[in-house]
Design a protein around this ligand. Structure first.
Ligand SMILES: Nc1ncnc2c1ncn2[C@@H]1O[C@H](COP(=O)(O)OP(=O)(O)OP(=O)(O)O)[C@@H](O)[C@H]1O
Ligand SMILES: [Mg+2]
Length: 586
């Protein structure tokens, strides 16, 4: 339950509306609990009127009018309760969901690598809904039923305190039963929720991996896998429903006991002339007013428990402090960076990994140079460049930019100065222009066209139905691998970065287009730093400096000519690729 306290700031934002809501609850109940009293009086009046033959038409109308009038006021107030408390809960749900996404956006890249997307989806949907229930019905019903309960009890005591006490005998049993059952439901709910996350992950992977599924004709297999997970979810839901369905009948039986006692004891009292029929009727009506609070109590307990469980899960994410962020060492006087990069004895180990991915990297990349990185797959090339925009932080050693420790540079300044084309390009389901503009919000059309020209995507775009306004991705056309890469490059150069990183970003581009792009890049990147990772020698041979990474270490370093001369891994790759080229040309 502690986790729910975190919602207080959200609630306090709407405290006036909530207070109005609670006020309407009080008024509703004043009018609701007055009704049985009037009914009781009416019956006694009627009886006396019939017995003494003095019953007047006006008296009847008065009582009927009162009952209807009171019900009307109570009804209107109830409507206002919903308009305030339930509406507030919806607003908080909205706030909470936005905060959740905003927080997730701040978390480091490694968080997303270690958290299944399905889990996050389940949190943003199901769990936030469960929390919303606590804030809406979870506040409205307890307030309402507490009022009904206390007001009814007071009036019942005034009418006949002995009978009230007798009628209340089964109530502690009700409370205990509700509590025990509530615990069970809580546990089952948790299990259901966990399964829901598994189901969501499965569905999400299936949809985004549709191409692989089809290519490997694994539809049947996937259907079967999904069916299994889905069946588990169904079973867990059923168990939960079973536990929940015991609740209601149990309530009715226990409350029924109270009614039984009232009829019996009250009936005897009426026969003995100690109580009027009207009072007994009023009593009975009060008891039936109490049925709902009893049931609501159980229901709300469930809701609160489910909400608390969900909030605990959400809190876990909210409490994940982004470990890569601006801290007290951040020097906000740094407003831009030039682009000299230096690795000083840098080592890096992935979270949870056994071995170092990078070992003792010592490297200085002067401002304005082009550095190329080659190396076998898995050598650590991507990991190395990921350290520069701080997608990961170095675990040992120091990374400096312009001679300043990278941790002192405000994160935004750092990242805004870097144009990064990741190995796996990602484009949004928007127009090509919008996808390129992602690099710089303020860029106008001219600049977008210019960037597209440099990355050589323009000529492809000319053939698309709506040119630059052609929608990509799930809602539009699918680009080829090379087109995607070139769009991503346009995005990166649009921001005129002081450091440009191309991680294997030309792998799907033919060698002719590639050299065209590289030529133009050399022009725009004059005086700025570029890092190009590639498996192709043709891409890297004109770089100012080339390093060869092997098993996380720099094993060779120099220009193309020096490395050929050296006769190591680089020279081997070169020879192999020359041979392949010659074979192709044959
Ligand atoms: N999040 C991670 N957790 C643990 N190990 C990782 C993680 N990411 C990468 N690795 C490991 O780190 C090593 C280096 O990976 P990296 O992606 O840097 O290689 P690379 O040189 O870019 O390879 P490629 O040429 O295939 O792109 C690999 O052995 C990889 O399995
Ligand atoms: Mg890589």
């Amino acid at each position: 339950m502690k986790s729910l306290f975190r919602l207080l700031p959200y609630l306090s934002k709407y405290k006036t509306t909530l207070l109005v809501g609670l006020l309407t609850v009080i008024v509703t109940n004043l009018f609701t609990v007055a009704s049985p009293w009037i009914i009781g009086d009416a019956i006694d009046e009627l009886k006396r009127g019939i017995e003494t033959r003095t019953l007047r038409h006006e008296d009847l109308m008065l009582y009927a009018g009162l009952i209807v009038g009171f019900a009307l006021v109570a009804g209107i107030m109830l409507f206002l309760t919903r308009q305030t408390i339930i509406v507030v809960s919806r607003k908080i749900e909205y706030d909470l969901r936005n905060d959740f996404l905003a927080h997730i956006q701040k978390l480091p890249y490694s968080f997303f690598q270690n958290t299944p997307t399905g889990d996050l989806m389940a949190l943003a949907t199901n769990d936030i809904s469960a929390v919303r229930n606590v804030l809406g019905p979870g506040i409205m019903y307890p307030a309402d039923t507490l009022m009904t309960l206390s007001m009814s009890l007071v009036l019942m005591f005034i009418k006949d305190w002995q009978l009230t006490l007798l009628a209340l005998i089964p109530m502690p049993v009700v409370s205990i039963a509700v509590y025990k059952l509530g615990q069970l439901i809580h546990e089952k709910f948790n299990q259901r929720q966990e399964q829901y996350a598994v189901l969501t992950t499965k569905a999400q992977e299936n949809l985004s991996g549709a191409r692989v599924v089809k290519a490997y004709v694994r539809e049947e297999y996937e259907i079967e896998q999904f069916r299994k997970v889905s069946w588990e979810y169904f079973k867990k839901n059923l168990v939960l429903a079973k536990a929940q369905s015991v609740m209601w009948p149990l309530m009715f039986v226990l409350v029924g006991l109270s009614l039984l006692i009232t009829i019996y004891v009250g009936g005897l009292k009426v026969i003995d002339g100690e109580m009027t029929i009207g009072t007994l009727t009023a009593f009975f009506t009060y008891l039936s007013l109490l049925i709902w609070p009893m049931i609501a109590f159980g229901w709300v307990t469930n809701m609160w428990q489910q909400g608390a469980a969900s909030m605990t899960r959400l809190a876990k994410i909210f409490d994940t402090v982004p470990d890569i962020r601006d801290t007290e060492v951040t020097d906000y006087s740094i407003q831009n960076i030039k682009g000299e990069i230096e690795f000083r004895n840098v080592s890096f180990t992935h979270k949870g990994a056994q071995q170092k991915t990078l070992k003792n990297i010592n490297l200085r990349i002067p401002n304005g140079t082009i550095l190329a990185i080659v190396g076998y797959t898995g050598a650590g090339k991507s990991t190395l460049v990921n350290l520069i925009p701080r997608l990961y932080d170095v675990t040992e050693g120091q990374l400096l930019i312009d001679g300043v420790d990278i941790k002192k540079i405000p994160l935004e300044v750092l990242r805004c100065s870097i144009g990064y084309v990741p190995q796996e390009t990602f484009l949004f389901s928007e127009s090509i222009a919008e996808n390129i503009r992602y690099g710089d919000d303020n860029a106008n059309r001219e600049l977008i066209y210019e960037a597209a020209e440099i990355s050589q995507i323009s000529k492809d775009v000319a053939d698309f139905p709506q040119r630059f306004d052609t929608i990509l991705g799930e809602r539009g056309i699918t680009l080829s691998g090379g087109q995607k890469q070139r769009t991503s490059i346009a995005r990166a150069i649009l921001r005129k970065p002081n450091i440009l990183i191309l991680d294997d970003a030309l792998s799907a581009v033919d060698t002719h287009t590639e050299s065209e792009i590289l030529d133009r890049l050399r022009g725009v990147m004059k005086g700025r730093t570029s890092i190009i990772i590639s498996h192709r020698i043709s891409t890297v041979q004109h770089a100012d400096m080339i390093i060869v990474l092997d098993k996380g270490e720099i094993v060779e370093q120099g220009t193309h000519e020096q490395l050929i001369e050296f006769g190591g891994i680089y020279a081997g790759l070169y020879e192999k690729q020359q041979l392949e080229k010659e074979l192709e040309e044959l």
